[in-house]
Design a protein around this ligand. Structure first.
Ligand SMILES: C[S@@+](CC[C@H](N)C(=O)[O-])C[C@H]1O[C@@H](n2cnc3c(N)ncnc32)[C@H](O)[C@@H]1O
Length: 231
């Protein structure tokens, strides 16, 4: 499909407000297209790539932001797979995004804040996506809402879908002063999860990854972040 065809068929990809998954602080500063572009660019630089034009990208806990940014800003990407536990939003994306580069999967797993009625995430969890296929897997503001066991399961799940020379990039909240993990949300529902960096890096290694880089937060757009490669 040429760029011209895209322009004629899809003027602008609009998302109902109920599917917005981003913090009110970031949403009030700039449109999702702008923060999405900024984050994709940030990830590209931290992964040391000159472009993401050819990437197959697996976006876990995808929300809608990267879809909006890629479609509405016409960002170049090879292939995009979005996974999320929010069924109605994934259904919306599956039915409304017509671009063949995009695929979406609903994963009905439990998260105390986002999907309390879902199934516990265990080693049996599967993504209906090709194994050892993706150049990059990413999680933006996802491990910030996971307890250590769920984080470990998700990291191990993603490992199966990234190709041997692929990469993982994720954001998190780090605090050297805590021994391991702390959920600082008032409801203790995984609303704001902090990790000790050494403890989190052990989880990363136990899930089949090695740490390739750690990067400081740039508030309010991005928390601390890690680049990893398959171990
Ligand atoms: C704060 S939002 C971030 C959305 C997107 N990554 C972004 O940066 O715009 C977190 C997303 O992760 C999803 N999520 C949280 N836990 C999940 C899990 N265990 N499995 C799949 N999706 C999950 C939520 O439904 C939500 O869409």
């Amino acid at each position: 499909m040429t760029d011209g065809m895209f322009r004629r068929r899809h003027e602008r990809f609009l998302v109902p407000e109920e599917f917005n998954r981003n913090s009110p602080t970031v949403a009030s500063l700039m449109p999702p297209e702008e923060s999405g572009r900024w984050l994709l660019e940030r990830m590209r630089r931290h992964l040391g790539a000159w472009s993401y034009r050819r990437w197959s990208l697996l976006d876990f806990g995808c929300g809608v932001r990267f879809t909006q940014a890629i479609l509405n800003e016409r960002l170049p990407i090879g292939e995009y797979a979005g996974v999320d536990c929010y069924g109605p939003m994934i259904e919306f994306l599956r039915t409304q995004v017509k671009d063949p580069r995009f695929t979406y999967r609903h994963l009905d797993v439990r998260n105390p804040m986002y999907n309390p009625a879902g199934e516990a995430l265990g080693p049996q969890a599967r993504l209906e996506l090709p194994a050892r296929h993706y150049d990059v897997a990413c999680m933006f503001s996802v491990l910030t809402h996971q307890d250590p066991e769920d984080a470990r399961q998700i990291l191990a799940l993603l490992r199966r879908h990234v190709r041997p020379r692929g990469r993982l990039f994720f954001t998190c909240f780090l605090d050297e002063a805590i021994p391991s993990f702390e959920d600082r949300s008032p409801e203790r529902n995984a609303g704001r999860c902090f990790y000790n960096p050494g403890f989190l890096e052990d989880l990363v290694r136990a899930s089949g990854w090695q740490v390739a880089g750690r990067f400081a937060a740039h508030a309010p757009l991005i928390g601390d972040s890690y680049a990893c490669r398959p171990a």
